[in-house]
Design a protein around this ligand. Sequence first.
Ligand code: ADP
Length: 495
Amino acid sequence: MNIQELDETYRILIASPEVAPFAKTGGLADVAGSLPKALAVMGNDVRVVMPKYRGITDYKTLGDFPVQVGQRKATAILREGVIRARLNGMERLVPVYFIDNYHYFDRDNMYMYFDEAERFAFFSKAILEMIKRLGWAPHVIHCNDWQTGIVPLLLREKYRHDPLYQGIATLFTIHNLKYQGNYPREVLSLIGLGDEYFTPERIEFYGNVSFMKAGIVYADVINTVSKTYAKEIQTPVYGQLMDGVLRSRAQDIYGIVNGLNYHEFNPETDARIYRNYGIGNLHDKMENKYALQRELDLPPGDVPLMGVVSRLVDQKGLDLIAEIIPDLMREDVQFVLLGTGDPYYEELFRSFHQGYPNKIAVEIGFNVALAQRIYAGCDMFLMPSRFEPCGLGQLISIRYGTIPIVRSTGGLADTVTNYEPERRAGNGFTFAEYSADALKDAVLRAIAVYRDRRIWMSLVENAMRHDFSWNRSAAEYMSVYGVARNKLEALAYPA
Ligand code: ADP
């Protein structure tokens, strides 16, 4: 997508509790840092707003304004930094507004405080007040996760009488359904809402007030980070008790897979890997494999090398991998796992290494450079997740020509297609049932294809041709912003 292809550009405000590179605990920060760049090069007037946490130091100060939080008249200091986006040598600047308040945000960490509801009630209210101060009303406020969930509610219920706010539509994006921001009834008064909001139709949720529910109920449109996950979360199995609320908005829920930062994750330029390569010189990918084998004390050679880079938690399907290890070790294969998390899995995989030191390498820890060498050096990448909202690992491995073997759930189902020998189509190997047998079957299929060098190389090339860059995802966000605007018009607020 380039600028000329857009019929319409928008003023977009992306509101997020974290934005890379300023503050990051998870994938949301990457989305909130990368999406605005792609939107900016498309010609949109896109700006970002986040809290000013302690570590953020590069900004100018624009002014301050009062924000009422319960009985407290807090002061929001408005500061401004920048994200730089480049296109064909041209630079576009994305303003990033930092909402500062010493009491709420000048702390050691970003989250996990006793007054979390109050902190993000303040942040959300400050976002809406900021619009007045800037005299800049976006076409869309793009809210992310529960910390911004009450923005659509406050906009609709408290601000729409003001003409400045009447044309603002909202999109609420769910990155992680598990964190819902559920707090006791008393937080209503912090937000400035009466008891009439404490009903199941509004924001009462199993006896609490739910910030995420506010986003789901009041946003014009909703999305999550893949189409399959968007459907899955409307079922009890994946719904984290929120499935009923989500079903009530089924017509307005979209799925958009996150993009991958194609500059950072580029095997042709990545300084963290042993030897750069691309589709044109795949033999150099082999050099990465041999070097990785040496680094991991595995005998160098042309055996299929399978990798895992993952948080070691139940979500990731590690129990299935553990179950197939004894069978897998009967094959001529090698396996490397890099991860950290649940001590149970750390110990279990360490013991596998001890049992098969010539075939299994295990590194416990968080190591970004080693992760890249694994993505570059392996032949296959395992991700048999129980659930996966979007998933980054499979996108990185595809970009590096390492064939993903995944369970078809969430974003994995949307990005990995099963290899079909007859049609020579597909970019990986998939299985549906959450069982060790199903995983084993997929791994054995991959090993069988690997044995035919020519076919395997064509599969690798096929995978590397897929485009999971932000351009594609940003184009989808543009159309969902358009849907949000149309919905707002259909609601016909008085002009
Ligand atoms: P999740 O966000 O659920 O952990 P994703 O697949 O979306 O899963 O993203 C995980 C990201 O974190 C990937 O980029 C992966 O490479 C990286 N990662 C996970 N564990 C480690 C680790 N131990 N060392 C380095 N990078 C890791």
